[in-house]
Design a protein around this ligand. Structure first.
Ligand SMILES: [Zn+2]
Length: 263
């Protein structure tokens, strides 16, 4: 399957000095095609495009464009965009820092599944694996990561999955699949339900296992395993044990999590 990554960028590092950011406030979503046509007709290349949710019937756009082939100034471009349509309320240049980082203040906060979201690049978040191992030792570090994941899983079920009223374990797993891929946590490859007491999932690209690939000699999905425990216990109403029996961190193509009920 071809991968089409979602670029979640509200900032951009310029690769040439002709790149500028544009913040636009619109009072109707339908005017977007007029803006795109204008940019296309003037040889202005759109590098990035992002938008907000609707608030009081208004939305905000954030575009990064390359003006290399545009004959006029950025100010002139803003003026022209403003005059395209009455659906456009405001057009301004986005702030620039350090001469090369363009960002927007208009797409805050991030909202994921109706709650506020934050984004931590994996290369930054993976620091916690090292700190737990270093300060608490391997076993204690693993246990802390599992319990962190468990606490997240309990809320993940209560706030994201339970409100969607899954009718069966299979439907819960399908809802989990949709959330894992939408949130960038991992990609469910397959699952098998022997009964509500015994089932397994195979998940590709679990973020923590991917970042620990080749650095460990045992399965590494500790927060993910904890998260699954919290989710399935929430749904089933009793304790479960989740074991990771295959892991991409130690050479498998996906991570396999086996879930068994304890009653
Ligand atoms: Zn794993």
């Amino acid at each position: 399957m071809t991968i089409y990554p979602k670029l979640h960028e509200s900032f951009h590092i310029c690769s040439n000095p002709n790149e500028v950011g544009i913040d636009i406030v619109m009072n109707r979503i339908t005017g977007i095609s007029d803006i795109m046509n204008f940019l296309d007709e003037h040889g202005i290349n759109v590098i990035h495009f992002d938008w907000s949710g609707l608030v009081n019937e208004k939305l905000r756009l954030f575009l990064i464009v390359d003006m290399t082939n545009y004959k006029d100034t950025p100010e002139k471009m803003l003026e022209q965009i403003k005059s395209i349509s009455s659906t456009i309320d405001e057009v301004t240049l986005s702030p620039v820092v350090n001469g090369k980082l363009i960002f927007t203040r208009s797409l805050f906060p991030l909202v994921i599944s109706k709650s506020r979201g934050i984004i931590l690049p994996v290369g930054v978040a993976e620091g916690m694996f090292e700190v737990f191992k270093e300060h608490f030792g391997d076993d204690m570090g693993t246990s802390i990561l599992y319990h962190l994941g468990y606490a997240v899983g309990v809320r993940f079920y209560d706030r994201l999955l339970k409100p969607l009223e899954p009718n069966s374990l299979e439907e819960l797993i399908q809802l989990l699949d949709a959330h894992l891929i939408s949130l960038g946590i991992g990609v469910m490859k397959e699952y098998k339900i022997q009964s509500d007491e015994k089932f397994w999932l195979r998940v590709e690209r679990v973020w923590e296992c991917e970042s620990l690939k080749g650095k460990v000699n045992k399965p590494a999905g500790n927060t993910f395993r904890g998260m699954l425990s919290g989710i399935f216990e929430g749904y089933l109403g009793h304790r479960v044990v989740v074991n990771e029996t295959e892991c991409m961190a130690i050479g498998y193509d996906a991570c396999k999590f086996e879930v068994v009920s304890i009653k």
